[in-house]
Design a binder for this molecule. Sequence first.
Ligand code: NDP
Length: 328
Amino acid sequence: MFKAILVEKDDAGYRASVRELDDAALPDGDVTVRVAYSTLNYKDGLAITGKSPVVRKFPLVPGIDLAGTVEASTHPGWKPGDAVVLNGWGVGETHPGGLAQRARLKGDWLVPLPPAFTPAQAMAIGTAGYTAMLCVLALERHGVTPQQGPIVVTGAAGGVGSVAVAVLAKLGYQVAAVTGRPQEADYLRQLGAAEVLERAEFSAPGRPLARERWAGAVDSVGSHTLANVCAQMKYRGVVAACGLAGGMDLPATVAPFILRGVTLAGIDSVMCPLPERLLAWQRLGIDLEPQRLALIGAREIGLDEALATAPALLDGQVRGRVVVDVNR
Ligand code: NDP
């Protein structure tokens, strides 16, 4: 038996509770993992509350991230005792996820826990931090260097934004952090931001083209913010777009793309191919400095508290990252 959050949907409605599950409830897969920590991402908040249709199979254990130790494996790449991390691949959406003491997964989905991190630190980074690194890799792949000019990061005090600011600053980029929370300005400067800008400047409808300001951008907000960021890019600038915290729409024109050669690079963490995941985690181990990770911080909670924390997270009442100790 093992403890897990279980999401159910039937005639009695949508509900999530902490349950004791039998090992027979584990799905097919070639690796069984003893989970140490999971985390609460925005998507997990949606899955637990049912506010959006993240869970597409019932009953299901939510949790898109986990860190733990291989207990049993028939996969050639993994043996008992190996420390692993999992992000995405539909886990916690269509396949039972990480908010449980045990998980059965495909070995092809796993990445080794980077030696730089403990399992709890890997979950403090979680999908948010791994996605931030995918954005940085996209800027690098498209040739953006610190010499070309500043990088703007939107939703900067959030999970993706914080890691993006920390990593870009370490790599020598001049970072402008956009936030709607002026009280987080000192935090963002400590993370490495050279300047902190007001969210309102970006979230109102703007012009198709504006003054050229940025060589690169990491956008976790979408909507008018992403449109304005595109309009403010320097010639041949690159925008890594990964989020929709401000809206799913993109009220932009093609002007930045056809007149300034701007590149809009889409970032998906869920189905991202394994070699890029391995690279992203490897680079996090090098470029996310321990003191900056400590500054981002993470609150540790148990499975029971995760149920109560999920709605607060969706309401924007939770600061920083939340790590779930599934054995608490
Ligand atoms: P967080 O909730 O931690 O951060 C989101 C940040 O966005 C907030 O901290 C806030 O930043 C800003 N924000 C929130 N609401 C608004 C708004 N209405 N208008 C403008 N800005 C707003 O989430 P994450 O960092 O974990 O995720 C960020 C986004 O990226 C989400 O949309 C998430 O779904 C998406 N995502 C996508 C992934 C992918 O694979 N593409 C993977 C992971 C996340 P501030 O307080 O600084 O203003």
